[in-house]
Write a protein that binds this ligand. Sequence first.
Ligand SMILES: [Zn+2]
Length: 113
Amino acid sequence: MHEVSIAQGIVELVEKQAKAHQASVVEEVELEIGRLAGIELYSFVFAMESVVKDTILAKARIIRHDIDGEGRCGDCGNVFPVQQLFDPCLQCGSYAVKLVKGTELRVKSIVVK
Ligand SMILES: [Zn+2]
């Protein structure tokens, strides 16, 4: 399940940041996850819950922001909401669409003590 390795990656990143700030407890982690990032949210939430056990994130509040997909058409320049990967341009039907939003997976902020 690749959600587990994603969750582990996030925990490692946060632990590293917390250590750099000599923190012993992480109180809050804010994540941004694109709806087109290929992450199954139910599995991801479950993976996070199990991966944080026995880490300094064990009691952290995980705040998740789901980011809607957005694409820019390479042919007509139209910017439009993308529901699914490989959706064509809503204006001209072109498939030369570059995703500008919705594939991100990042730690937006961390609150430590
Ligand atoms: Zn277009």
